[in-house]
Design a protein around this ligand. Structure first.
Ligand code: NAP
Length: 314
């Protein structure tokens, strides 16, 4: 599907999995006339150029955003404040500045103070990804049938919001809007906690002395393997997510620990009914996710039967 260009010049700051996927879908569907790319390291910038992801490439992010009517920050959330400070003087009046970061409250706190008058800052988060990173990991269908959450402020210009929403819809996503703090709570339970649990369980297995590492790898099909996919996610990105969504994650972790203690008690006292009831309830959640089109009911979570787009990481 190609549509008339929505933006003249899109600048992507950071060109890993998400930036590269955005460049590819925008190019393939004709969503922008021109793509300018900037990233931190010369090696990654060169790789982006080899892959033909953009029309121009600059290590200086301020050069990339010059004349851009859409600027998307695609770096780990911890980098946003420095990038915002750097590009602020070069942003064009009327431009839309957005991001793709997995946390929103901290992005608002970091970026908003630096946004010049006349620039529309609308934070965003595509709920689409894989455990891969870097420009080679990107693919144009990443956002198809995935949600993109935008967290506008009360005084955000409705026209700018609609234009950005149109862009994301053309990328294949359904768009939802919500308050940044609410986003952080929702994502803490559906994405951040599952990743932390995965990192923890894989770390625990790795530390065990009574079970060997080769046994863990050999018998991993029995549940462990699904955790290892999440636990293979980018360490920098997930360090930043934990540090930048601290309050919501700690709140969800406290709740999770309480529920885990209840489960522990049920096992200790042989309360089979409690276990059966919980496992029945959770099975229903899985069915609802499949019915909502966010996963297939193919065996093995559809992971081997589908293309890369079938492995949403968050
Ligand atoms: P990624 O593949 O690791 O790529 C990150 C990119 O940001 C790289 O090009 C990296 O550049 C660049 N970068 C890092 N620090 C920078 C800095 N200080 N200034 C400029 N560029 C910098 O990461 P990703 O998966 O695309 O994630 C990007 C953002 O999307 C993150 O905020 C993440 O929270 C969010 N997100 C990720 C997923 C997911 O599943 N992966 C899903 C939704 C949203 P160099 O290689 O040059 O260092």
């Amino acid at each position: 599907m190609t549509v008339a260009p929505i933006f003249e010049r899109m600048a992507l700051i950071g060109i890993g999995l998400i930036g590269s996927s955005l460049a590819q879908v925008a190019r393939e569907r004709g969503l922008v006339k021109e793509i300018a790319i900037s990233t931190r390291s010369a090696d990654t910038l060169q790789r982006a150029e080899e892959l033909g992801l953009g029309d121009s490439y600059a290590l200086d992010a301020a050069v990339a955003v010059e004349g851009a009517d859409l600027v998307i920050l695609c770096a780990p959330v911890g980098a946003n404040e420095a990038i915002a400070k750097w590009i602020a003087p070069a942003l064009k009046k009327g431009a839309i500045l957005t991001d793709v970061g997995s946390t929103k409250g901290s992005v608002v706190d970091q970026v908003s103070p630096h946004v010049p008058e006349g620039v529309h800052f609308i934070p965003g988060h595509p709920i689409a990804g894989t455990e891969q990173s870097g420009p080679d990991a990107g693919f144009p269908t990443l956002f198809d049938q995935r949600w993109c959450i935008l967290t506008p402020a009360e005084d955000t210009d409705p026209e700018a919001l609609e234009k950005l929403s149109t862009f994301w819809r053309a990328c294949g996503s359904d768009v939802d809007t919500m308050d940044a703090r609410h986003h952080d709570l929702v994502l803490a339970i559906v994405s951040h906690l599952p990743h932390l649990i995965a990192y923890n369980i894989v770390g625990t297995a790795d530390d065990l002395e009574t079970v060997t590492k080769s046994e863990v790898i050999k018998y991993s099909a029995s549940g462990f393997r699904d955790f290892t996919r999440l636990a293979a996610s980018d360490p920098t990105m997930w360090r930043d997510v934990c540090l930048h969504n601290k309050d919501a994650i700690l709140e969800m972790l406290a709740r999770f620990s309480e529920d885990l203690s209840a489960l522990q008690r049920a096992i200790r006292w042989g309360d089979g009914q409690m276990l059966f009831d919980l496992f029945t309830r959770t099975r229903g959640i899985r069915r609802s996710i499949i019915e909502a089109g966010q996963e297939t009911d193919a065996p093995d979570f559809g992971r081997h039967a589908k293309d890369k787009a079938g492995t949403p990481a968050e």
